[in-house]
Structure formats: structure tokens, C-alpha cells
Design a protein around this ligand. Structure first.
Ligand SMILES: Cc1cc2nc3c(=O)[nH]c(=O)nc-3n(C[C@H](O)[C@H](O)[C@H](O)COP(=O)(O)OP(=O)(O)OC[C@H]3O[C@@H](n4cnc5c(N)ncnc54)[C@H](O)[C@@H]3O)c2cc1C
Length: 391
């Protein structure tokens, strides 16, 4: 059975002793997991969450003091552990990777800003893979420009009434908790944004599935006078924007991890094919152009691994914001992975675009990583802002 390699094997400078065991558990699940392109995305996601919980991997989404296994900084999760897990899962299957990522992304704002009662209500189910998470920021008219969101929360006694729409929400229709960012004052821009937890059976919430190019449970949420108890607010009114950005500092790095895994898989598959496939009387790896594709891919993959794990290491070990380094890791790893996978398809020739081949699937899976949690262009905006701030 094939197993993914891990950055924990050869980039020891970034890791503690225990990280190798985390990567190993993730690699075992990645090797056993069977991709099923015909299955329903939502059913498959539920199954993935159960398997991730059974493998002990969801424990890394929840800090030790709330019952999980994530250790390190006082506020919680260990970015390197999450990134190593996504490196292994991305190698196996984008849907399995997304199921893991959403348990983290859809619970970390609760870890950061939730009351003890909120943590007790939501985090155990997250860890058990029973309560699937969702993180609801994007709207049809507010994507990169998050602060222009229109989804509105109005206080009415001991409740908030929510009206508006969210789009491209991963786990829509399958989530057991929706971390929702809505504005309490549309004129206040980012200072009006406030976080809440919405539950699937709250009256006034409806879900409409969407389809993207690779298996991924995703959809629109409509809030039509959706009333939730005021105690479901996370943190104070107006704290939501900062909470979202602190969450993205962790999870953007892990998107880089998933891209590394997908690129590593494309390189593995390309190398296997180049050694086996014979044309003109010899394996195609003997053709200089094919050898150069493999050399370029291996070099770009290693450069990406260094940037991603530098960001993860800094996030875990220094007190300052590391948004610039995080953005560099996500930008370079996702863009490089797209190139590595494209070369993997080319090395496979016609087989590379044949439905069901691993590189064909990777070609579809990688595309969204350059868009979600901040597009490549937005990562450049963040990097340039960081450069300016240093002057
Ligand atoms: C598979 C998938 C899963 C997703 N899951 C979630 C989720 O779970 N939760 C969630 O909230 N959202 C999710 N999203 C939404 C995602 O975060 C947004 O699609 C993304 O932030 C971009 O927003 P947009 O699609 O509105 O594009 P737009 O903001 O309209 O951007 C269009 C283009 O303009 C560029 N652009 C915009 N502003 C600038 C600028 N200032 N400088 C340079 N270029 C700019 C963009 O980079 C892009 O190329 C998901 C998206 C996908 C595809």
C-alpha cells in the first residue's frame, strides 16, 4: 500500500519530537483511505469525519485544556500539527482533507472567543467527528472585500435576528454548527462584524447546495429572520473581523500544507509513470524534457515546503502576527502545486486527462486552493502591506 512521505521526515528543524507521530497517524489514514468519486459528497464527508476522529486526528483541532490533544500556545492549536496532517490527507483525497480542515476552521473561533459554556457545547462533538464545522464569511457580493458584508444581525431582547445570505460555504447542509460572521452595523465596516454560532435547525436558516469542479460539500445559506439566542454570540460585538483574521492566520498555513500533499502526490505519480512508460524504446524519464519536468517539480515542492513550515513554525513560536510569512507560504505553495500537478498531467499524456486517474483528480482538486481563504492576489496584497509596515 502506498504511503505519503512527510515534511516531518526531513525538515526536523521546524518540529518537536512528537510531530513525527502526528504525521505518522495521518499517513496511515491517508494510505488506507479509498477515494470514491461516485459517492455523495455529504455522505462521504460524514464518513471522513468519523474516520478522522477514530484515527485520533480531530483531537489536534481542539486544545488540550478543552479535552483535545492540541498543545503549545495558550490559545490553542498547533499549526505545525494541523499542517502536517493536511499534507498527508491532501496526498490522499481533497475531500478527506476538507473534512479535516473544516473541523478546525469551523471550531477555532469558538476556541479563541467562546465562553466556557460554548466550548463545552460545541468542542467535544467537533473532536468526535459528530458535529461538523462550517465557517461562514463569504457572501455573493462580499468575497475578497470581507468588510463590505451585508448579512445583518439585529439585537432584539435576548435574541439576535439574522437576515442575509452567505455563499460558497463548505459543509453547508452537513454542518452541525455554523460559525457565522454578520454585521451589527453595516456603516461601521470591519468594526461592525460580529461572530455567532448558528445551528442547523435554527428557524429561518435554509441551505441550497452548490457544485464545484472537485468533490466538496458546499452551498449557500439564507437567513430569513433567523432568531438565535444572544448567548450564541462569540466574543463582543465588533470583534468578528479580528477573530476571522486570527483564524485565517492558522488555517491559511494549513491550506499550504494541503497543497504540498497534492503536489507530492502528483510528483510521486509522475515519477512512477515516467519510469514505467516506454516510448522510442526507453522509459520516458530518459527523455530530457520529462526529466526536467520532474526536476522542476521536486525543486518547487521543496521550496514550498520550506516556506509553509517556516510560517507554521513562526505561528507556533513567536508572539508577533506572522500574516506576511503565512501569506507567502499559502501563495507559493498553492501556485507551485498547480504547476507541479499540471506537469504531472503532461507526463501522463492522455491518461493524465482521463477521468479517474489520480493526476486528473488532483488537477481539479488543487484549483480551489488558489481561491479560498484569500485568493493569490489577496495574499500579495497582504505581503505588500507587510513590506510597507516594516519601513
Ligand atoms: C471550494 C471553495 C470553498 C470555499 N469555502 C468557503 C467557506 O467555507 N467559507 C467562506 O466564507 N468562504 C468560502 N469560499 C469562498 C472564498 O473564500 C472566496 O471565493 C474568495 O475569498 C474570493 O472571493 P470571491 O469568490 O467573491 O472573488 P472576488 O473577491 O470577486 O475576486 C475575483 C477576482 O478579483 C481579484 N481581486 C479582488 N480584490 C482584489 C484586490 N484588492 N487586489 C487584487 N485582486 C483582487 C481576486 O483575487 C479574484 O481573482 C470557498 C470558495 C471555494 C471555491
Amino acid at each position: 500500500m502506498k504511503r505519503p512521505g512527510s515534511s516531518a521526515d526531513d525538515l526536523g528543524v521546524f518540529f518537536n519530537d512528537w510531530h513525527g507521530a502526528v504525521a505518522d497517524k495521518a499517513a496511515t489514514l491517508a494510505a488506507e483511505w479509498v477515494v470514491d468519486l461516485e459517492a455523495d459528497d455529504r455522505e462521504r464527508t460524514r464518513e471522513a469525519a468519523r474516520r478522522l476522529a477514530a484515527a485520533g486526528l480531530l483531537a489536534y483541532c481542539v486544545p488540550e485544556r478543552f479535552g483535545g490533544a492540541a498543545v503549545g500556545r495558550p490559545d490553542g492549536v498547533d499549526t505545525r500539527a494541523l499542517t502536517l496532517v493536511r499534507e498527508a490527507l491532501g496526498w490522499a483525497d481533497g475531500l478527506l482533507d476538507t473534512a479535516f480542515a473544516m473541523q478546525g476552521l469551523g471550531s477555532y473561533p469558538i476556541t479563541l472567543a467562546g465562553s466556557d459554556a460554548q466550548k463545552a457545547r460545541y468542542l467535544p462533538g467537533v473532536m468526535a467527528g459528530e458535529r461538523l464545522g462550517a465557517f461562514c464569511l463569504t457572501e455573493p457580493e462580499a468575497g475578497s472585500d470581507v468588510a463590505s458584508m451585508r448579512c445583518r444581525a439585529r439585537r432584539a431582547g435576548d435574541r439576535y435576528i439574522i437576515d442575509g445570505e452567505k455563499a460558497w460555504i463548505s459543509n453547508a447542509g452537513v454542518a452541525g454548527q455554523y460559525v457565522l460572521f454578520a454585521t451589527v452595523d453595516p456603516e461601521a465596516g470591519r468594526r461592525g462584524i460580529t461572530a455567532f454560532v448558528v445551528e442547523p435547525d435554527d428557524p429561518g436558516l435554509s441551505v441550497e447546495p452548490m457544485q464545484v469542479i472537485a468533490p466538496h460539500p458546499i452551498g449557500r445559506l439564507r437567513f430569513d429572520g433567523c432568531a438565535i439566542p444572544a448567548e450564541r454570540r462569540l466574543g463582543a460585538e465588533g470583534d468578528g473581523f479580528k477573530l476571522a483574521m486570527r483564524t485565517l492566520d492558522v488555517f491559511r498555513t494549513t491550506v499550504g500544507g494541503a497543497a504540498l500533499g497534492m503536489a507530492r502526490r502528483a510528483l510521486d505519480e509522475g515519477l512512477d509513470r515516467a519510469l514505467r512508460r516506454r516510448q522510442f524504446g526507453k522509459p520516458i524519464i530518459e527523455q530530457q524534457q520529462i526529466a526536467a519536468y520532474l526536476a522542476d517539480s521536486a525543486t518547487e515542492l521543496d521550496a514550498a515546503r520550506l516556506l509553509v513550515f517556516r510560517a507554521a513554525h513562526l505561528r507556533d513560536t513567536v508572539e508577533r502576527r506572522v500574516s506576511t510569512e503565512v501569506a507567502m507560504g499559502k501563495l507559493f505553495a498553492t501556485e507551485a502545486a498547480q504547476r507541479v500537478i499540471d506537469r504531472g498531467v503532461q507526463i501522463h499524456g492522455g491518461l493524465g486527462v482521463t477521468r479517474g486517474s489520480a493526476v486528473e483528480r488532483l488537477y481539479r482538486e488543487i484549483r480551489a486552493l488558489r481561491i479560498y481563504e484569500g485568493t493569490s492576489e489577496i495574499q500579495k496584497v497582504v505581503i505588500a502591506a507587510g513590506l510597507k509596515a516594516r519601513r
